[in-house]
Design a protein around this ligand. Structure first.
Ligand code: GLU
Length: 508
């Protein structure tokens, strides 16, 4: 890499909640910046006022924050290139659009929306698509076709105009992408994109993006593949503006694909298959609510880890990587060219891995808030013991409740299938003997209960499964949970016996 300081930016448009693909883009930028001792900049690209959504910018900041991304320069942090919101940089862009016109790289166009619409419809009727390019620009209402005086007059009269890039005809633009390698595009396949509009005196994405990357001394542009088609225009803009020497290097990240592998991952896939596509819960101004990874119970470390492995791998089979390890091991060379299929089950697996690696004390503290919401008060050491027994069976903290609820409330119903299978005519009598046995075990510890229960079953010649399963059903109400002896110890002798008696009454 050259000795230029690494400066990358994440440049979302505040048009709604950040998609998980956007978070992955932010993360890859962040890993890259930190790995190379560079800066990570958050720039808000809000020049499309029609698509602006209130709350989206706050959402972006909060989501990056939740993921543990530390922003060096941004709207909140400020920095040497402030402001970092494009709408506040408004005054800077027109001069570059005008420069392009003066140089002959761009031109004014006065075509009305209606006339463009008509041309579009006409082209469609003829089975084609309307492209504003070298074939028609001289026939349109443009400064290329009109006299200089007329152009001036129209502008002075307050007529609406746009500035369009004059895409050269039949030129090969050779570009280098750090992930895809050399990419060549013939300019005749491209159209004359609008760079600036008089309607709001704002630049479009292309001009604002290139200008700001230049002004903010961005060294590497790492963004989603959907922006690759814009790259030739961007490269030509750098050239035309005389900035080619400091043009950033480009890396276009592969798309995130649906779980089926067909097509881009969308919010609808999430709704259909029951997984979030947004980092945080989002309440749209319309009232619509979309679920988020955070609210669904994901740990930010797990979310970061699973996103990092969508389209990148460390080259080893290590799957669990902390933020520091990701920064250490990240490289653009290991980013794939092809799309990354998202697997919602694997996402849960990641959270499970992080959950089981947390100390019992930490998991217990998190689980305690669920308990207190239910009005259940239990000593901390007991909660720790319980989570240590069941956390292996949970992907999320809230699933611990489903695994451990019977520790806190006696079963009021008994799983029918289990009862049918294990509760036989003599079960009540056998359990009466078990109660007798339990009464003699003091202190009532799993290490004692377990061997004594086994000896008892063996001596009596009862089936191990029959006794243990009916005992479990009495204590739990279902065929789930950790070892029976552990359950007995945690419940305590009195509660254990009370539950057996109750089950005998109801099932016997
Ligand atoms: N504002 C663009 C977006 O919303 C930024 C694309 C880029 O990084 O150049 O994704």
């Amino acid at each position: 890499m050259s000795n230029r300081k690494v400066r990358v930016r994440f440049a979302p448009s505040p048009t709604g909640p950040l998609h998980m693909g956007g978070v992955r883009t932010a993360l890859f930028n962040y890993f890259f910046a930190r790995k190379h001792g560079g800066d990570f900049i958050l720039r808000i690209e809000d020049t499309d006022s029609q698509r602006f959504v209130p709350g989206a910018e706050e959402y972006i900041n909060e989501a990056l924050n939740w993921c543990g991304i530390k922003i060096d320069e941004g709207v909140v942090e400020s920095g040497p290139h402030a402001p970092y919101r494009q709408s506040e940089r408004k005054a800077m862009y027109l001069q570059y659009a005008e420069k392009l016109v003066a140089q002959g790289n761009a031109y004014y166009a006065f075509d009305s929306a209606e006339s463009l619409d008509e041309l579009r419809k006409e082209a469609e009727a003829n089975g084609g698509a309307f492209t504003y390019n070298y074939t028609i620009r001289n026939k349109m209402q443009t400064s290329l076709a009109l006299s200089a005086d007329e152009v001036k007059q129209r502008i002075a009269n307050g007529e609406q105009w746009v500035i369009r890039f004059k895409m050269p005809e039949n030129e090969e633009v050779v570009m280098n992408d750090l992930i895809r390698g050399e990419v060549t595009v013939n300019t005749s396949t491209l159209d004359d994109k609008v760079l600036f509009k008089s309607a709001d005196m704002l630049p479009t994405y292309h001009l604002a993006n290139v200008t700001d990357d230049y002004m903010m001394e961005i060294s590497h542009v790492i963004r989603g593949e959907e922006w690759l088609p814009s790259l030739p225009l961007h490269v030509l803009l750098y050239r035309a503006l005389g900035w080619e020497k400091v043009m950033p290097q480009f890396a276009h990240l592969p798309l995130l694909l649906k779980p089926t592998g067909n097509g881009k991952l969308s919010k609808r896939d999430g709704d259909k298959m029951g997984f979030p596509v947004f980092p945080l819960l989002w309440k749209a101004p319309t009232g619509e609510v979309s679920r988020g990874y955070r609210e669904d119970g994901y740990y930010p470390e797990a979310f970061v880890n699973l996103l990092a492995l969508l389209g990148w791998n460390p080259g080893t089979d290590q799957e669990l990587l902390s933020m520091d390890e990701l920064i250490e091991q990240f490289s653009l060379e290991r980013v794939n060219k092809s799309g990354a299929r998202f697997d919602p089950e694997k996402a849960k697996w990641f959270n499970h891995q992080y959950l089981i690696r947390k100390s019992d004390a930490e998991v217990a503290a998190q689980f305690s808030s669920i308990l207190s919401n239910k009005g259940i008060a239990v000593p901390t050491n007991k909660v720790e013991r319980i989570v240590s027994l069941v956390k292996e069976r949970a992907n999320f903290i809230h699933e611990i409740w489903e695994q451990a609820n019977f520790f806190f409330e006696a079963p009021s119903t008994y799983d029918e299938a289990t009862a049918k299978k294990f509760w036989k005519e003599d079960t009540s009598a056998v359990l009466t003997e078990v109660v007798l046995l339990f009464q003699g075990i003091t202190p009532f510890m799993a290490t004692d209960i377990e061997p004594k229960l086994k000896d008892f079953i063996n001596e009596k010649g009862y089936g191990m499964g029959k006794v243990m399963n009916s005992l479990r059903l009495s204590l739990v109400g279902a065929s789930k949970g950790p070892g029976v002896a552990e359950i007995c110890e945690i419940l305590g002798k009195d509660e254990t016996i009370a539950r057996i008696e109750k089950a005998k009454q109801i099932l016997g």
